[in-house]
Design a protein around this ligand. Structure first.
Ligand SMILES: [Fe+2]
Length: 358
């Protein structure tokens, strides 16, 4: 019988209704487990050309069956729990010297040193669902990079630094957005915090809740989908027209969906607005903003930590920080995961793993 995973719900037994100590579920790997997972990823990095290639995309969820059993048990159970905002696994080994310098741009971030860690993130993701990328974000890559880019310190995208990255549902504008956003911390020497918040259900009055459940809100694509934030080789892609259309003529959507006692959330603090002239929706959105601002909390991903944020239950962002530009800046590998790739069939951009509206 294998030891059960350590989840940090607090001391309460699983059937208790006591409030969890932390709003995320967490596992710390033993050194032996961490080494086994890293060795599996290293073998994949030798055997396969690239993380995003068709062979590894198909094989990764099967190879992930060889990850340590306690880790797989943790992921399988924590995914079914009704409360966590994120699944966090700590203790993956990262050799800082062989990782090499933090690149200056995501375009050059597929480095030999980071390669095994990208494969590791793909294996973790394979335990949760189907991975995908966006035709209009980081050139359609499936494994993407989060690092500060010089000159972009005050932008509204993940390569910002001096400005706080405001809370958002990942790709809130799209019905095909991820169920989970995976982040693997390659380095984070200054302990820059990821921010998270769930639906502030206890503090929402009934009428506001009613309005948030109605299709009275416009959510536009965030700036990471702009042509200017992709490579010039991508500029002609027809999917950017889909982004332009979603920006110019967004369809009204509901911010909350699902069960009234445990709703799913879809909102982006920087890119959401009430439908034109809808004062009641404006007031409801204003109330929600204040409550999320007040309940936002921090999760620091140290080197080797991986987090899978539940993109239906929680919004996320990042605190402001001073970029170093010395090769040691905070650097994360990121991945989008859906529980069902077929749900996005209408948006397959010629490839089931790269989405984009035409
Ligand atoms: Fe994000």
């Amino acid at each position: 019988m294998t030891e059960s995973p350590t989840t940090h719900h607090g001391a309460a037994p699983p059937d208790s209704v006591a409030t969890p100590v932390r709003p995320w579920s967490e596992l710390r790997l033993t050194p032996a487990e961490a080494a086994a997972a890293a060795a599996l990823a290293a073998r994949c990095a030798q055997r396969y050309d690239e993380t995003d290639g068709p062979e590894f995309l198909l094989d990764a969820p099967v190879i992930a069956h060889e990850m340590p059993r306690r880790l797989r048990t943790f992921m399988a159970r924590a995914r079914l729990d009704a409360w966590p905002h994120a699944l966090v696994v700590r203790g993956n080994p990262v050799d800082d010297a062989s990782l090499g310098s933090t690149p200056v741009h995501w375009r050059t971030a597929r480095t030999p040193g980071s390669r095994p860690l990208s494969f590791l993130l793909m294996l973790y993701a394979g335990l949760l669902g189907d991975v995908f990328g966006w035709a209009t974000q980081q050139d359609g890559r499936v494994v993407t990079d989060v690092l500060p880019i010089k000159g972009g310190e005050h932008t509204l995208v993940s390569s910002s630094s001096r400005q706080e990255l405001g809370w958002h549902t990942e790709d809130a504008f799209s019905p095909y957005r991820a169920d989970y956003v995976g982040l693997l911390s390659l380095r984070n020497p200054d302990g820059v915090a990821t921010t998270l918040a769930g639906v502030p259900l206890d503090d929402l009055d009934e009428r506001t809740l009613d309005v948030l459940f109605q299709e009275r809100f416009l959510i536009r694509p965030d700036d990471s989908h702009l042509q200017v934030n992709n490579s010039t080789a991508q500029q002609g892609r027809v999917e950017f027209e889909g982004i332009a259309q979603a920006t110019d003529r967004p369809e009204p959507v509901a911010i909350l969906t699902g069960h009234r006692a445990a709703p799913h959330l879809r909102v982006d603090g920087d890119f959401s607005a009430p439908a034109e002239g809808d004062e009641e929706a404006a007031a409801a959105l204003g109330t929600l903003r204040k409550l999320i601002d007040a309940s936002l909390y921090e999760l620091v991903l140290d080197q080797g930590d991986v987090a899978f944020i539940d993109n239906r239950r929680a919004v996320h962002g990042r605190r402001a920080f001073q970029p170093r530009y010395d090769g040691r800046d905070r650097w994360l590998k990121r991945i989008n995961i859906t529980r069902d790739l077929h749900r996005s069939r209408k948006a397959w951009a010629g490839d089931s793993r790269v989405l984009g509206q035409r």
